[in-house]
Design a binder for this molecule. Structure first.
Ligand SMILES: [Zn+2]
Length: 113
């Protein structure tokens, strides 16, 4: 389950940010996860809870914002939105797509106390 190592890197970012801002507690962590990032949401929530234990973010609420997957269709010569990696172009059904967005996860922001 690679969500565990992703959650660990989230904790590092959150801890660094909290330290830099002199926070006593982190109340909310907001993550942006692309639909093509191959991150399992339930696994991510579980991993987050386990990993934040004992850190400044223990008990923080995790908010996940899902973003659309975007790709460039070579046949249409246009950007398209796709729901899953490996999906065809919704316009011309071609599989000649190059993923351009929605394929990663990042920490959007955190709320501190
Ligand atoms: Zn197309």
């Amino acid at each position: 389950m690679h969500e565990m190592s992703l959650a660990e890197s989230v904790r590092e970012i959150v801890e660094d940010t909290a330290r830099a801002n002199g926070a006593r507690r982190v109340s909310v962590v907001r993550l942006e996860i692309g639909r093509l990032a191959q991150v399992e949401m339930a696994a991510m929530r579980f991993a987050f809870e386990v990993v934040q234990r004992g850190s400044v973010a223990e008990g923080a609420r995790l908010e996940i914002v899902e973003t659309d997957g975007t790709a460039w269709c070579m046949r249409c010569s246009a950007p398209v939105v796709i729901g899953h990696r490996g999906d065809p172009c919704p316009t011309c059904q071609s599989f000649q797509l190059q993923v351009t967005g929605g394929d990663r996860m990042r920490v959007m922001d955190i709320e501190i106390e």
